[in-house]
Design a protein around this ligand. Structure first.
Ligand code: ZN
Length: 161
């Protein structure tokens, strides 16, 4: 069986930045299980895995446009501290859920604090970075109709509901 749309795929992976620093890895834990073709993983990685078989190992360098996007200065804005009512103490590096102008939920990170000015950054933490994946395909199975309808995998490594 080869990786194609509507297959549930298990992979072991290590993600490093261009300096070789490990950003994320399944090593020491369970493999990542995802539904192929459903946008569960970044487009550049999904495309590279298409047609692969169990046991295949690959190295993929994914450019920002096929990962978390280019870094956008437009996503950085300065808000008044009163927008953060109910938060006891604001600190650089804190993250909040916010709704973007298009209604999508996004995570914003506090970049700077200056008096009542709070500078927040809506870029994904990995925006603008090339991502280097080392991947081994561990398992491929047909997804169930329910999984396909939901757009994600169920059971071990997937959603429980
Ligand atoms: Zn579901």
């Amino acid at each position: 069986m080869l990786i194609a749309a509507n297959k549930a795929v298990s992979i072991d992976y290590t993600l490093t930045d261009d300096a070789g620093k490990v950003i994320d890895s399944s090593a020491g834990g369970a493999p990542l299980v995802y539904l192929h073709g459903a946008g569960n993983i970044i487009p550049g990685l999904e495309k590279a895995l298409e047609g692969k078989a169990v046991g295949d190992e690959l190295k993929v360098a994914v450019e920002p446009e096929d990962a978390y996007g280019e870094y956008s200065a437009e996503l950085v804005s300065t808000l008044d501290r009163k927008n953060f009512e109910g938060v006891d103490e604001l600190e650089v590096g804190m993250q909040f859920h916010a709704s973007a102008p298009d209604g999508q939920m996004q995570i914003v990170t506090i970049r700077d604090l200056d008096g009542n000015d709070v500078t927040v950054d809506g870029n994904h933490p990995l925006a603008g970075q090339r991502l280097n994946f080392q991947v081994k395909i561990v398992d491929i199975r047909d997804a169930s109709q329910e999984e396909i309808a939901h757009g994600h995998v169920h059971g071990e490594g997937g959603h429980h509901h």
